[in-house]
Design a protein around this ligand. Sequence first.
Ligand SMILES: [Zn+2]
Length: 351
Amino acid sequence: MKLTISIVAAITAASLLIVFPVSPAIAYPAVKRQTEATKEQAAAAEPDPLPARRGLYEKLSLFTEIPWYWIAAVDQYERSMSKVKPKTRPMLGSTVGVFIDQERWAGLLNPNLEDSSPLSIRFFNGIGRDGDGNGHAERTSDVDLLYSLVSRIAAYGSTDDDFAIGLWEYYQNNRSVQRIQQFARIYAAFGKLDLFEHAFPVPVGTHYAYNSTWGTGRSWGGRRTHEGTDIFANHGLPVRSTCYGIVEVKGWNPYGGWRIGIRDLNNFYHYYAHLSGYDKSVNIGDVVKPGQVVGWVGSSGYGKPGTQGKFPPHLHYGVYSDRGLIEWSFDPYPMLRRWEQAERKRIRSGK
Ligand SMILES: [Zn+2]
């Protein structure tokens, strides 16, 4: 590296300017990966990671001029990918969800993949940066991870359009860009990170019935398995968003009839089908919150637009997990039971 010493000195001076100060005394609470079943008990025992994350996003935002909700959206998208691919995307930091592999971090031609020197990483065109100012670009540091990713994506500029270009360059995948744009809109609309509350899809206390029917066969449209839970209710009962999210799809589908699809911050797609109609105020790209009415129970579907009454009125509710390039349906029944119980409790306590 002797030949590059003068370059190195120049870069050192420059890189000191781009390092933003974060007190080493700030501890970011550890977030462990949990199974769905233990999540709630664990959530009660562990410190809330959101305030520390918010602080980190705001510091990075001040420094990079990228709005905090873009930074939050990138981090949350990365976290959602790590949750579905825990083996290939192990948690690197404590609270951020960002995963960057060694080659990308250190630079493809870097002979030392464990490299943490900001100067030689730059020399080999790696992504790794020293965000916390300790002189090392560490793949285990929350600040370094998020700062490295955000500055790479922000290389095209800090407007929404520039950022979208940066996202495309980094992920090379339109779905990733769309997800992060959706997440950013949700965060910007509500102005907070704590957006994981849920509601039951129809008003609790009204007449409805449902069973665990995920995976059973069904007849119309050839052999398909049932990817959801049917909630039987009278025509016209309100259908509500179960989550904070953004409307991704709305309109006719031969199977689902009038249906609406809502994306949440866990990167789950919530699918509500066979509606009799939509709430007028809800359109594609709109942000919704749990309990907000999006439409009404009906019996639309199984034919041309407008077909109705081929089966008893019910809400078909499905949830799909985005795994990057494909989406997997999973059984919403256990979640529905939990949300229903939680709502009953809320009603009883008068909240
Ligand atoms: Zn169904």
